[in-house]
Structures are given as structure tokens and as C-alpha cells.
Design a protein around this ligand. Structure first.
Ligand code: NDP
Length: 249
């Protein structure tokens, strides 16, 4: 087994611990913000720093590997870049974060996660994998790529619905409706999880699988916390709506 694959197994074990911790302790930003997590910085800065770390680490490994004939690694790299360029540059701009803050401790934890995660995935993609173009016809790649695009679209669409709930300057929360919100409280998180499950399927590596597991370990507990928060706050919240998995959870 390659070194990044072996490390990814250990890294996935830590995700299991983090999952249990997050079921008890919701990360303190957004509606769950609360004192006691140290100094804070503007949320927009926090998002750019956290997510650009992932972009920078992956780009550094891509460049360090030199010109590569591995077309599958190159396509995977560009999928990564599209996601993280959106998350670090477009999302903070669209999310109307002016006046909001997040703890530096959360930013540092996210930077650490993104550095390790991108490091393992980039290491495997550019220094271990040796797939040729025939992989693009493999059912795993085709299904994974479709899932990645579907998840990305669901994530962006759901975040857009949330942004539309507030007029400029407003900070209050409303009940979101339409598209994925007809089924779950957090279709943006569901989209994100589907996206990285799709990436794992398309790339078919342990580091990519580890990332999908980490994403679920991070976002399922947060979706459960959002869902409880909605139910407590809005007496008219749609009762048939689930937290993150339609009809199930
Ligand atoms: P949220 O769904 O909590 O919030 C998204 C944005 O919409 C925020 O600006 C929030 O404002 C606003 N918002 C949310 N609900 C309402 C509402 N009911 N009424 C009005 N405005 C609302 O998502 P996160 O901030 O946790 O995450 C943002 C993005 O980052 C998501 O797309 C998520 O998938 C992704 N992400 C990915 C992670 C990963 O592990 N890969 C980890 C964390 C996030 P406010 O900030 O005031 O609450």
C-alpha cells in the first residue's frame, strides 16, 4: 500500500473521533456562534484563509510534480480547483458576511484539516497514481463524475436559496423553501457530501475516500444541530422535513 493511502487510513480513524466530538460540540460559527473560543476575525477573511489553504496545498503539489502525462490526475486537479476557487473566493463574496466574525481557533483547525487533506490527495494523485485515459470510460469514473457535478450543483443552488432569504443588512433567519429544502434542512451539506463521495468514486483512492468520510463526519452532526435549531425556533417548521438524508435522517 502506498504511503498516502496508509496515512489516509489513520486520518480516517481521526474522523471517527471528530464525528463523535461534533455530535456533542457544534462548531461555533454562524447561528451556533458563542463566546469562549478565543479571538475572532471577520468571517469573510476566515473563509478565504481556510479554503485557500486547500487550493494552495494542492496547487503546490501539482507544480512540484512537474509536467505530468497523467491526464486523470490533471482532470481531478481541475475539479478540486473549481470547488475550492468557488468556496474560497465566490462563496464568501455571495454569502453577505459583512459584520460577521468567526473564531481564529476554528480557522486554524480548518487550515490544518485542509493542509493534511489536500496533501494526502495531491500526494496520491501526482506521485502515486498512474491511470491512463481509459479510466474515463470506467463506470466508477463516469458515476463519480456525475455525482460530483450533481452534488456541486445542489450545494450551490441550496446556498443561493439561503442567501436569497435576507435583504442586504439583514441578519435574521427565515424558513427556507424549495428545491432540496422541501426534503431536508441542509441540502447544501447534502450536496457537499455527495460531491466528495463522487470525487472518491471517480478517483478511486483511499485519500479521496477519507475526504468523503471527513466531510460527512463534519457536516452530518452540524446538519442535525441546524435541524434541531429550526424545530426549536419555528413552531411552523415543516414536520416532514429531515435534517440531511431525505425521508431518513
Ligand atoms: P449554513 O447553511 O449554516 O449557512 C450558509 C449561509 O446561509 C450563511 O451565510 C448563513 O448565515 C445563511 N443562512 C443559513 N440558514 C439561513 C436561514 N434560515 N435564513 C437566512 N440565512 C441563512 O452553512 P455553513 O456556513 O456551515 O457552510 C457554508 C458552506 O460551506 C456550505 O456550502 C457547506 O457545504 C460548506 N462547508 C463545507 C465543509 C466541509 O467539510 N467540506 C465544512 C463546512 C462548510 P449565518 O452565517 O448568519 O448563519
Amino acid at each position: 500500500m502506498s504511503a498516502p493511502s496508509l496515512l489516509a487510513l489513520w486520518w480516517t480513524g481521526i474522523a471517527a473521533i471528530v464525528f463523535v466530538w461534533l455530535l456533542r460540540t457544534t462548531a461555533p460559527y454562524g447561528r451556533h456562534a458563542r463566546p469562549g473560543w478565543g479571538p475572532a476575525i471577520p468571517s469573510a477573511t476566515g473563509w478565504v484563509v481556510m479554503e485557500a489553504a486547500s487550493l494552495a496545498a494542492m496547487a503546490a503539489l501539482f507544480v512540484a510534480s512537474g509536467p505530468t502525462g497523467n491526464v486523470v490526475a490533471r482532470v481531478s486537479f481541475w475539479a478540486w480547483v473549481v470547488h475550492y476557487a468557488h468556496r474560497s473566493l465566490v462563496y464568501p463574496y455571495r454569502a453577505r458576511l459583512l459584520g460577521k466574525t468567526m473564531p481564529v481557533s476554528i480557522v486554524l483547525m480548518a487550515v490544518l484539516f485542509n493542509a493534511v487533506n489536500s496533501g494526502l490527495n495531491g500526494w496520491w494523485l501526482f506521485f502515486v497514481s498512474d491511470r491512463d485515459a481509459s479510466w474515463f470510460l470506467d463506470p466508477r469514473f463516469i458515476a463519480g463524475a456525475a455525482l460530483f457535478v450533481t452534488g456541486f450543483a445542489l450545494n450551490v443552488q441550496s446556498d443561493s436559496i439561503l442567501f436569497g432569504l435576507r435583504r442586504p443588512g439583514e441578519t435574521d433567519y427565515r424558513i427556507p423553501h424549495g428545491a432540496g429544502f422541501d426534503y431536508v434542512s441542509c441540502p447544501n451539506y447534502l450536496g457537499e457530501i455527495l460531491e466528495w463521495c463522487g470525487f472518491a468514486l471517480a478517483v478511486w483512492s483511499l485519500p479521496a475516500l477519507s475526504f468523503a468520510v471527513w466531510t460527512a463526519a463534519n457536516l452530518v452532526p452540524r446538519a442535525l444541530a441546524h435541524h434541531r435549531w429550526y424545530l426549536e425556533r419555528f413552531p411552523d417548521y415543516p414536520r416532514q422535513r429531515r435534517a440531511i438524508v431525505p425521508f431518513v435522517l
